[in-house]
Design a protein around this ligand. Sequence first.
Ligand SMILES: [Zn+2]
Length: 765
Amino acid sequence: MQVNAIDAQSIAVFDPHAPAGAAHSCSLQLSSSTPLDLQPPVSPYQSKAAAITILQAKSPALRPGFNKDTIQLDVAANGAVLNIPVDVPAGAVWMNAEIESANGADVDLYVRGLSQFNDDNGPQFRSEGTTGSERIAVTQAATPGLSPGTWYLGVQNFASEATSVTLNVEIFDTRVPPLELVFDYNDPNCDDNSAWNDPTPFTPEGGNDATTLGQARRNAFEHALNLLGEEIRSPIPIPIQMCWADLGDGSDGDSVTLGSAGPTRILTNSPGVDVANTWYTAGAALSKAGTDYCRLFPSTACGTPMLNARFNAQYDDSNSSFYYGLEPSSLINRRTDFIALVMHEMAHGLGFLGLIDLDNGALLAGNDGVGRMDIYTLNVIEKQGAFLDRDFTALADMSDAERANAVISGDLRWIGPRTVYRDENANLDPDSQFDANAFPLNTPQLYSPSEVEGGSSFSHFDNQDRWGIMTPTAGFGPGQRTLGLAKYLLADVGWSESPSRIRGGLYFDPAQDGHGFDLYRPGDSNSLIFYTYDEAGRPTWELAVGQPSNRQLQANLQDFSNTGSLEAVQPNGSPNGAEVRLFQADYRGDEVCPTDDVVRDSSGPLYVLDIVNPDESARSSLERYCVQPFAVDAALSEVDFTGSWFDANEPGWGLSVQTLTSNGASVVVAVAYYYDAEGNPRWAIGQAPFEGAGLTTDIVMREAAGYLRGQTPVAIEFVEAGSIALTLNERAASEGAGIASIDLQYQGSEGGVFQRNNVPIQLVP
Ligand SMILES: [Zn+2]
């Protein structure tokens, strides 16, 4: 196996042989005893144009309303049925699709979001086991995340005879279920699992009413997994292996290994993950792929554990030191809380571990010998100076030697976007050394002693109680039965429920009226249009296009002009060398902003947008916007056409559309991005009652007169600027999805107009 075991050696804070409060060390061991089978699966999916039955009709039963539906498909021998449409309504949280062939024929299942399968567009999700049973669950946290619009399923038959396939699809508006970890107390692959069956009489304590030690251990273990499931969620169960072993009895009077845990597989480039060429622990990767390991890697037996752990039977036999009570209140000093220990170790196994070689800083190599970054290390920076001066270096940007040095000498911080330190996080006591109002200053420190401590270094929070259970000296005492900040760190390494990437849509800053951005992702990059005003207060927009990242967008801010033809749009360069840096401030949608007291009441993601001069790192050079979605989730309309739309025949201008429900009525808001007669970028905004899909909605557009970005806000004044007629047929990235007519009379050059008549528009995917 590719065990990256964290051996939780001597986690004996309450070890009777050791003084209370002694550090435990976990050793991170990368075993190369077996080859790493870590390559992405090669999809047998084939786009068989001749054999494909394309269902053009909408699925007959899947309509908004979060129901489920079953349809029967006849799939030809070695044929496929592709582009089975599923209407995903606004408010959908996750979708589960399953197929079963009538005769056990080997069939596979594929999913694509918002655009159809064709020769160029293969599956984004796949379930390719060797049986006639497949399943895929798509969550909002996957990439692409489940979003409203038309999704497409595909079923391929690998048998040489036709088969009938039952397809079940269910869409949920409820949370993804608690993480279910599947295991066998009598797993024959354990060296020793007798401890799960130990008949030694047990005196019930702390709410654990078992009468044998084996049963007491089971009760406590299952209680720990239930507690984990309250904090970590997954659309699919994850098989694990739980064993006991003789890990020593601590008779040297110093320390003892209490347990160990680690992932048994790590994956890169599997479906649904947001960062390419980066290792994820198998459990996290599979929760995004929405299917089982054996359905991604058909040569692997189903049920193969993705994580294993061992607990020290010898320690328990000789000391009776594990506390198995379900109620923490009965836990007394000098005993080790088994439940907290399980949670600590499981967190390592789920992804709370870095995979770099701590001795030399090298990245973990796969079968091909190529070292790759892992999602944990990717989120770690070495802080060198003031955060707001951006004076830090990501470990991902270091050489091996620099990484090795940073691990023993640096101030390492976790900067995953979900792990902002806040006092709301369980067990965490606000501390004056952290400025709760300074994102990203409020980032937790990782444990990095001046000499590598085998396994403790790097893969724990620093030794401070406020970071919770995942510190090297975790107390495992009362109050430790929660992941605390580690819950958010685990979300950063894949165990998230919410969209893992920057979410598209219209955003605005309520404290700087009239400014905001339209965020979208053409192809594989994040892009935003920043809508603002020029020196004269006239509306203008700027564009930033950056590389994809689940954490932030960092890109030059560019000013576009249209000199004659739209095809000839040329960037003027960035007038101030401005750079945009967009951070997700708080994925939970709480109110947080570093710069003002304006309440951001939003059910969607909040972002901090900094515009900086890259030549000046001083804080004073920042322009900062705290932005929230134009429409909160609750206001999203059932028929959702929200997104950026453009004419594929004439890229360079476009429309940002937001459909929402206001006072029970359906409303469409549109922002047109276009040019005046001198080629200056302009924008106009309008809203109107939405006539509905396939019908034409006329929208009176208005131009805003505002104030140069970075200046003191003034009241925005609007003037009418023409109209657009919008016909939106389908929320899809394909020709014919919509039609637009534009008739805008813009400011700037006298008499200028921007007109288009019945041009096709489509969603930017
Ligand atoms: Zn540990």
